[in-house]
Design a protein around this ligand. Structure first.
Ligand code: AKG
Ligand code: FE2
Length: 287
């Protein structure tokens, strides 16, 4: 019973070597995907149907010129101002030399009301709900103004390593407020890497077994050989400001190492729900 309960958690890997040896991890991957499909079949289709299809088929989708130009300018000014300091309420995640600030749009609604309004758009919540196959409550979405600043030095930014966030489909949205050039560490996504096949499942199996012996709690790092063997190729998300990017971060992704001092600014929404339930948990922890 205990063992079965562990199978159905949102933990990245089950801490039970026997279960892992028996292939519990690839089994969870297959079950979680099948269950997501079944839930989605019960959902109303979202208004943003084309990008929903792109994410379903290729693991990601983009929309250029998402907002009217004047709205983008106002949003960028407000968010840029709040992050310039940055606002002391912004949380800092230091990834090696890279500083990632996230200002919660609800906690800082007084300084970034436009960002809060953006994150409350019903069309975006409907899109997230459809992709997750369950009604996503706004309070359970991690909604931040995100500034990623490139630092100096030899340390590794772990997010520059190709990885898959967890063992089930999980979705993130960015609206880039500034142009994303090579210098400011664009995201890289491997189209179609979210599809299930034998090589992916074998990689998940090996990772789950190593996790226990090597004490790894991290998202699975994906070897280059796995990308090549699957016939896949990276796509670098160099995109102009005002691009909306939606990704299933079960798919392989990373960010490029940029030039020290360069940064990018975005509004970011993410959700990490319980894969086997019809509802989301109250822990919007989603790296
Ligand atoms: O900085 C990025 O674009 C991607 C970071 C990442 O790996 C993630 O958000 O899951
Ligand atoms: Fe990630």
């Amino acid at each position: 019973m205990m063992e079965a309960a562990r199978f159905f958690t949102s933990r990245k890997v089950i801490r039970a070597p026997v279960l892992n040896a028996l292939g519990a991890q690839p089994m969870r991957v297959v079950f979680a995907r099948a269950w997501l499909r079944a839930r989605k079949a019960l959902m109303r289709r979202p208004d943003m149907l084309q990008i929903a299809r792109d994410v379903q088929q290729h693991g990601f989708g983009t929309i250029n010129d998402f907002l009217p130009a004047a709205e983008l300018v106002a949003l960028r000014e407000q968010c840029g101002g709040a992050m310039a300091g940055p606002d002391p309420r912004a949380g800092l995640l230091q990834h090696g030399p890279t500083a990632r600030y996230g200002l919660n749009v609800d906690a800082a609604a007084d300084s970034v009301p436009l960002a809060q309004a953006f994150c409350s758009r019903p069309d975006l919540l409907d899109l997230l709900s459809y992709l997750e196959g369950k009604r996503i409550q706004p309070a359970l979405v991690n909604r931040v103004v995100e500034r990623v600043i490139q630092g100096d030095g030899p340390a590794l930014d772990p997010e520059t390593e190709l990885h898959s966030d967890t063992y089930y489909s999980t979705h993130k949205i960015w609206l880039y407020l500034t142009d994303v050039t090579m210098d400011c560490a664009p995201m890289v996504f491997v189209p179609d890497s979210q599809r299930l096949d034998g090589r992916l499942l074998a990689g998940m199996y090996r990772h789950s077994r190593r996790c226990f012996t090597e004490g790894l709690a991290m998202s699975r790092r994906v070897p280059r050989s796995e990308v090549e063997e699957r016939g896949l190729q990276e796509k670098i998300m160099v995109v102009p400001a005002n691009t909306l990017l939606v990704a299933n971060t079960f798919g392989y992704h990373r960010r490029v190492r940029g030039i020290p001092g360069k940064d990018r600014l975005a509004i970011h929404m993410s959700v990490r729900s319980q894969p086997f339930l019809f509802w989301t948990s109250a822990t919007p922890q989603a790296m």
